[in-house]
Design a protein around this ligand. Structure first.
Ligand SMILES: [Zn+2]
Length: 436
């Protein structure tokens, strides 16, 4: 933990999410590019050849509205695409189609760690090609060029890496498990994380006059480490009376440090202007209302706590996995006994049963458990012998009158049995043995 004393971290996030639509953002090429032969999924539009006309993918627009709604954003009635100019070999047109001043969604929030973090904007753009460096040569694959990419930008509301990770996990669950608009696979780059980090004096009302952006991080753990490294580095500079420079850095996973990349261009350097080939988008209220979002994990967690009396932690675990949550609800519907909620949750969470098992299988197991039939007396016998052999001192204590120690033995035996026994039966059998 870094001792910040008179300082406080100011952290914001940019998250890029590749949508898993069938086709790309502005052409009919397949967007399912991962692992495909380089440059096999391309056409004049996504190669940026002159005269090729982009046509926006309706599904991608709808899914961006969906993300915006799930993040409690306002959907702008009017929205448009803009050209963002910069030169890089992965960008054949010399510009990227993105959204500048009229993004699809603005002004939302998402809760994590019981705190609200504000969402600045959600916009839609196209992904670029991918460069690979082989010795002195650089190879470019345009299969990724034109894949729909959503950018989610938060306000700089975070003050520590734990909240950042909790927020990112919540967002990941919503996008992957609930909205199902992206596989959000970070190893394959379909969800990319970019924290911007700076530090200010505790009593300073303004935001710092610099920020450091760490680009393209592909795991929650790396985000945490990158933030912690940056805070330490920047604090040392500030304490020496220096101001960290505004820049873009990369995270070196092996060394656990950030390193400078190119310095950040300001928006004026990109020479944004409206995309002349695509008419502006407009959304009627009816359209926005009809884009459906399912019950989200946070709401579900609360409902499970309330309706089934689940412990908060268990309700949280169950709702992290859409399939697991659906399965839990099916079982509860089947057994029609809300009081058994916690028992069912335990069975599912402790992997005694997985969500591919039939509901009948689980209800059987539930019955076995409450009747204690499941205890295999043969293996219980040997588990007890093994535990007792290992604890002669505790046996003496028991026999000299300290009978409470029986619960210690029950715990040990249950562990030996990997939980597959009825604790009541275990206790009885132990008492029989110890009384001898
Ligand atoms: Zn194409």
């Amino acid at each position: 933990m870094i001792d910040m004393k008179d300082y406080v971290p100011v952290i914001g996030l940019e998250i890029h999410v590749e949508l898993s639509t069938k086709s790309k953002m502005f052409c009919q090429c397949s967007a399912d590019f991962f692992g495909k032969r380089p440059n096999s999924l391309v056409c004049p539009v996504c190669l940026g050849l002159p005269g090729a006309l982009p046509v926006p993918n309706k599904k991608a627009v709808e899914w961006t509205v969906k993300i915006g709604k799930a993040l409690n954003c306002k959907i702008n009635p009017e929205s448009k695409f803009d050209r963002k100019h910069y030169f890089y070999p992965d960008l054949p047109k010399g510009y990227q189609i993105s959204q500048y001043d009229e993004p699809i969604a603005v002004g939302g929030f998402l809760e994590a760690n019981k705190k609200k973090f504000r969402i600045h904007r959600v916009h839609l753009e196209e992904d670029t090609g991918k460069l690979t460096h082989e010795g002195k040569d650089s190879l470019v694959d345009f299969n990724r060029s034109g894949v729909p990419l959503v950018e989610i930008v938060t306000e700089p509301d975070f003050t520590n890496s734990e909240d950042v990770v909790a927020f990112l996990k919540e967002l990941h669950t919503i996008i992957k498990e609930y909205l199902q608009v992206s596989d959000a696979n970070m190893d394959q780059g379909s969800m990319r994380l970019e924290p911007n980090i700076s530090i200010k004096k505790v009593d300073d009302k303004n935001l710092p006059n610099y920020k450091v952006e760490v680009k393209n991080i592909n795991s929650f753990n790396f985000v945490k480490r990158a933030i912690e490294f940056e805070l330490k580095r920047q604090l040392e500079l500030l304490q020496k009376g220096e101001t960290p420079i505004q820049e873009t850095r990369g995270f070196n996973e092996k060394k656990g440090i950030t390193v400078p990349q190119r310095t950040k261009e300001g928006a004026e350097d990109y020479r944004y202007f409206p995309e002349p080939d695509i008419p502006p988008l407009s959304f009627t209220q009816k359209y926005v209302e009809e884009v459906e979002i399912p019950e989200l994990p946070a709401q579900k967690t609360k409902r499970y706590e309330k309706n089934y009396n689940l412990r908060e932690h268990d309700a949280f675990i169950l709702t992290r996995d859409g399939k697991m949550a659906t399965y839990f609800e099916k079982v509860m519907e089947e057994i029609r006994d809300k009081a058994k909620g916690q028992k069912v949750a335990n069975l599912i969470i402790n992997k005694k049963i997985d969500s591919t098992a039939s509901v009948k299988e689980l209800t059987e197991k539930l019955k076995d458990q409450s009747e204690g039939r499941k205890t295999d007396l043969g293996s219980l016998e040997s588990a007890i012998v093994a535990v007792l052999e290992g604890h002669p001192k505790e046996i003496k204590e028991y026999q000299s009158g300290k009978e409470n120690i029986i619960m210690f033995f029950v715990g040990q035996v249950m562990r030996e049995m990997k939980g597959q026994a009825n604790p009541q039966v275990v206790k009885q059998e132990l008492e029989k043995k110890l009384k001898k």
